[in-house]
Design a protein around this ligand. Sequence first.
Ligand code: PEP
Ligand code: MG
Length: 880
Amino acid sequence: MPKYVYDFTEGNKDLKDLLGGKGANLAEMTNLGLPVPPGFTITTEACRHFLTEGRLPDGLEEEISRHLSALEAKMGRRLGQADDPLLVSVRSGAKFSMPGMMETVLNIGLNDESVHGLAKQSSGNERFAWDSYRRLIQMFGKTVQGIDGELFDDALEALKAGRDDLDLEAADFQRLVETYKGIVRDQTGEDFPADPHRQMRMAVEAVFRSWNAPRAILYRRQERIPADLGTAVNVCSMVFGNCGMDSGTGVAFTRDPGTGHQGVYGDYLQNAQGEDVVAGIRNTLSLQELERIDKPVYDELMQIMATLENHYRDLCDIEFTVERGKLWMLQTRVGKRTAGAAFRIAVQLAEQGLISMDEAVTRVTGDQLAQLMFPRFAGDADAKKIAKGMNASPGAAVGKAVFSSERAVELADRGENVILVRRETNPDDLAGMIAAQGVLTSRGGKTSHAAVVARGMGKTCVCGAEELEVSTQDRSFTAPGGVVVNEGDVISIDGSTGAVYLGEVPVVDSQVVEYFEGSGDHEDELVRAVDRVMRHADGMRRLEVRANADNAEDAARARRFGAQGIGLCRTEHMFLGDRRQLVEELILAETDAERERALEALRPLQQGDFVELFREMKGLPVTIRLLDPPLHEFLPDCTELSVKVALAGDRADEKDLKLLAAVKRLHEQNPMLGLRGVRLGLVIPGLFAMQVRAIAEAAKAVEGTRAEIMIPLVAAVQELESVRDEARAILAETGVEALVGTMIEVPRAALTAGQIAEAAEFFSFGTNDLTQMTWGFSRDDVEAAFFSRYLELGVFGVSPFESLDRDGVGRLVRLAAEEGRRTRPDIKLGICGEHGGDPDSIHFCHETGLDYVSCSPFRIPVARLEAGRAALVRTDSDTR
Ligand code: PEP
Ligand code: MG
């Protein structure tokens, strides 16, 4: 039978899969000799069993009992013991941090008897004991028994009647306990369970169940956390931050998670418990004030934080409690940080010699780099600044103010940009936060729910803008000077400075983009950090990075951003605009002579385009794909043309009539599976030859050009052979050297890659079409039609059009790469579908041994970084 329960002294930080992040790190701190309240962790394996079988695994309850007995022996009191109760917290803790998404129950072990014991043991502090008891019933009722939390909140508010929570007395809380017990009876038909062991068992099961709470599911999907990991449960002896002014609770970071700057940073709340800080019941004090309040505790905390940062060799965030002057560590983990801070910290730690540059590169991600490439505000000279809050998560966001999560989702679904404005957010606001461009709150610090979650998502957030009076009910807020902002009014928020503006503030490119563009301030600390990381990643990566570009402007940007060539130039864009006329003539040609005339007219135009592209790429390889889409895409819309012809009646234009006939003739039920790609080349004489000649002449005109000719949609080697022979003949005639290769984007091509490689000098995986045809998903329709349902059902965790489906499409890619290489050992292999710019897919390409990835110019830096990371880490799942 597996071991399901680990004492804190038995685990360590590397056991996150089994003990969850919180459990593993509590064990690590225990082993470091730091003051951690004793306890034990129930494994994720037990949770998975519970969720699949619907019951706790055999033997688990006995194992828990044994560990509880050991804990009781260590603490010298029993769970819920009437005269001196041991109380425990039961907390969730998954492998990846999911802040506030799952459940926690504190003060397990209290009942009508032990509440007196607790009062006695806390020097007669009756107020504290009754407050603890009411918290238990409230949390237990809400999370374990599923009672609407507002019932408890309303009862508390009614009792407070405008008083601060510190003004409430023991008798108030005692009365509240009775009210709460009444709520439990009304709502469940049963009394609040008095048996401490039953309380504990029910709490453990509730925490397991909370893995599948809707907000947890939504968070996992957003953060791409696998759905089947399960959560561990930590049972920890209670320590109390709410037993007087010499007690308190806080959260802290070993350096600033917003900027990465060195120096401890955090919030402290006197006479309070952990959840009070996050919920923002009172405004917190800065950590520096703790030095004034309790110097010995402050000094010890500073020392522990230094120990943790050195031990983890990274920014740590911690939760701690002070119980009557004694410091306790309740949690630590490698802390979330903004994208900019991630780069700065990684490079600082490398420069301090704490980590290597290899490790520094693995500590940042392509997604973070992409965030740094977002625009920022142009300056606020003309904008009306109406308030200032805390700069909780950087970026610039503009949108209509909305005051509820539902409204945020509703407007965002209609394509509107919104800013979610709340007094403070809670986990139920998650959907709205995802939908919004940014989040603005009037309460709470940089460690509040809004700030932590927004930072994790890379979403702009200004929090704690206390000058704002937010009224959710009236759907408006009031700023100083009587400025009223109603729902739908546009506001702009700056997550880097904390400024809130009325109206729309114009945005400009980021410094990091300017750096990649070759301008900007290279002395800036962030730019310097990005530069160091990029140089190192470039030095380590094996994959080349090319761009998908089909005009000179994109090609130029691609090269500035570090592209090593063009991996896909789609020539169809060169058939649009005022060239449509010529394409129509080609399609309408009735004789060979007419067709040749049309092609001859197109050729110099194409050649001109290629010349521009080759000039920009200055001798770097340029892969040009011959025409791919069905020809009717270049003709007018059938319905519009039919109406035009019908309205004109007898006076209808001769050409319109011919065009309409052609449109009807070319109509296909499934155009994506119809006359396109190589099939066009085989059916329309002279089309591909014209393109190849234009490429060859352009290559001749620009010295040093390395052109590669790519044939799309090949399924059989025979298709490729005939087009290749025609291309080779033209190349020989013009005296130009160019590789001739194919896209692998039809499953049959992947399955017969060994044969196809006989005729292809390179393969480029067109994973857009390959995904479409492997899954049988229309790439233009399905994402909007039903992917959200598929994601909900867990058919896949992320759209296969976004991130390469390793099991299916990936298998075809691997097979084709292997068979292609077997036939032609020096065959060049690349990818040019959208996946070429997706981090996880880039790691797959590295693992599969491809030679390059090709992506849109703006993604080039991300691809360079991820290619470097792929060469340095086997999987990035641990660095999330
Ligand atoms: C592909 O199918 O992956 C591809 C790159 O071609 P396109 O997107 O132009 O069909
Ligand atoms: Mg394609």
